[in-house]
Structures are given as C-alpha cells and as structure tokens.
Design a protein around this ligand. Structure first.
Ligand code: FUB
Length: 329
C-alpha cells in the first residue's frame, strides 16, 4: 500500500473509532446516571430530598436538594447534597453525588443543610449551609459537578450574623443575580441578612445588612426572585412553617409584607421553597413529609406545583397538589 492510501485507511479507522465511542456514549446513561419519571408529588420517591433550589439553563431545569435520612430520625440528618435535571418536568436524571459535607474540611458541624446553586462566568457556585459552622461555597465547571470547596474556609460565619445569638443563625443562603449583573446573597435563621457578592462570587463585597419590616415573621429559607420589574422575598415564617412573601421595587427594599404564599406542607415542620420560571411557567418547589409517616419532618420529599401571579403582580396562594405539574412538550 502506498503511503497516501495507508494514511487514508488510518484516517477512516480513527473516524470510525471516534464514532463508535460517541455512539456508545450517547446510548448508555453511564453507570452513574439514574433516569426516572415523576408521578406527581413528591417528584422523587427513591430517596428523601429536602431544601430544593433550582437553576434554569437553556432547555434544562437543574434541581439541587439536600438529602435526608430514612424515617424514624429524631433531628435533621443530612450528609450530602444531590443534583437532578429535567427538560420536561416529568422525566428526570439523577447524577452521582456531587457534593458532601465532608468536602468542607472546616465544617465541624457535619450537617449538609440548605443550599443554592447559581452559574456565573462559565462556572457553577454551590452555596451551602452547615448548621453552626457557617456558609461555604463550592465551585465546578459543570452544573452536575463534582464540586470543590472554593475557599477552604467559610464565606460567612455566626460572627457575620451580628443580631443573632443562636448557633444555627448562619444558614440557608439564597443567591440572586440582578439584571445589572450584581450578585446578592441573602441568608439567616430568625434574623435575615443580605450582602453583595463580588464578581468572583466567593467574597462578600461591603457591608452586611439585616432586613426588617412590619409584619416580617422570619424563620428561615429566604429566596429572592424578580418578575415584571418587582422583587419578591419569599421566606419560611412561624413553626411549623408557612411560606410568606414581601414585595419591593428594589432588591435592598423597603419591603412590604404581602401575606402567606404557601400553607404548612403536610407532615413536615419545614417547607423550604424555591421559585423559578421554566419554559414560560413559574414553578413553586418545596418539600413536604408525605412519603412515610414516621419520617415526617426529618425524611422530607421535594414537590413541585405551579405558581400564579395576580394582575397587580401579587402572588396567588400556592395550591399544593398530589398530581404535581404537567409534562412539558
Ligand atoms: O434541612 C435542614 C434545615 O431545615 C434547612 O437548612 C432549613 O431551611 C430547614 O428546611
């Protein structure tokens, strides 16, 4: 065979090899992906999932959750966080465990409490609460991870919660990136705090402030979103928790209390909401204790229902359903 023919044959063989690997990759889900369909609420029934946060990117909704232990627990026991994705709200993929509390060497508390993931500058940042060890941030190049501690120390600690005395005050981070590109972090238990994040997403920029307004019965789980130019602060109030909300024309307030958004979520003391719009539909994502009767508050399950606005931009009270949301086309 002359050299030209040899090179041609080698080129075709390489192309065929690449094609074969590519085809195998597309056909297999990989050993570590788990595909399932949701049949109403709770949407995930093979594991206990809590404290949802969601992020929408192109045609995919990414769902990040905490991971409760099975029934009969006497307190919140969570050691890792989980990640799921969907393109139609019915068919879901679960990825390998992307982040564990043990990935934060400084988190002596060992509690993988509520978290929030956002994307910025082609990286994904996972803000986690650890109960009394503070709020940390992990980073990855891909939404599904794996993630690595970005700082090697907490981003925020109890010292930053200047008006709080209890050990679990520095929890439940919620990130909001405004239309002008400024990223904000909100967090707290009992008292609600907020601050700017620097462009690098791993440093606080300037002063930490506390939110307060008439009617603000804040327990935990702040979440900020924007709709039609209005800012919405949703949060857990009371205990057992309902989700309440306030509105403002600015991300820094002043806030006006608007009422209850979601009632106590059956069989769970906590409720922890996330609000996102996906393919034109606003969704209210939360957890309840519906799967197992001896699990209740400590073996929770993520649910999704629709969120609706009134004409004046206020929110209609959420109707929690067992049917859940419809499959998207
Ligand atoms: O999952 C532990 C804690 O329970 C979260 O940090 C709170 O929001 C509540 O859901």
């Amino acid at each position: 065979m002359n050299l030209r023919i040899k090179n041609l044959v080698r080129g075709i063989a390489t192309l065929l090899g690449v094609f074969a690997v590519f085809t195998a990759y597309c056909q297999s889900d990989g050993d570590n992906l788990y595909n399932f369909e949701s049949n109403g609420n709770p949407i995930i029934t093979h594991k206990y999932t809590a404290d949802p946060a969601a992020w929408v990117e192109r045609d995919t909704l990414w769902l990040y959750t905490g991971h409760d232990f099975a029934g009969g627990q006497k307190g919140y026991k969570l050691k890792d966080w989980l990640v799921f994705s969907t393109t139609d709200m019915k068919n879901w993929t679960e990825y390998p465990v992307p982040l564990k509390i043990s990935d934060f060497s400084w988190a002596k508390s060992g509690d993988a409490y509520a978290a929030h993931v956002v994307a910025r500058n082609e990286k994904y940042y996972w803000y986690v609460s650890t109960n009394w060890s503070g709020i940390g941030v992990a980073v990855s190049d891909r939404p599904e991870g794996p993630y690595k501690d970005a700082l090697g120390k907490p981003l925020l600690t109890n010292d930053d919660c200047f008006d709080s005395q209890h050990s679990w005050a520095c929890i439940d981070p919620a990130i909001f990136i405004d239309d002008d590109g400024q990223a904000w972090i909100f967090w707290g238990n009992g008292q609600c705090y907020y601050a700017k994040l620097k462009e690098n997403m791993i440093e606080i920029d300037g002063e930490i402030k506390r939110i307060n307004f008439e009617g603000f019965g804040f327990t935990e789980a702040p979440w900020i979103h924007k709709h039609n130019g209005k800012y919405y602060l949703t949060y857990a109030s009371g205990f057992p928790e309902k989700i309440s909300y306030a509105m403002s024309d600015n991300v820094t307030g002043p806030w006006e209390y608007k009422g209850i958004l979601n009632e106590i979520a059956g069989n769970s003391n906590t409720n922890h909401q996330a609000i996102v719009e996906f393919k034109g539909n606003p969704y209210f994502i939360y957890h309840n204790g519906a799967i197992q009767t001896d699990g209740s508050s400590y073996s929770r399950s993520v649910c999704i229902d629709r969120l609706y606005y009134n004409e004046d931009n206020t929110l209609k009270r959420v109707q929690m359903t067992t049917e859940g949301v419809q499959k998207l086309k």
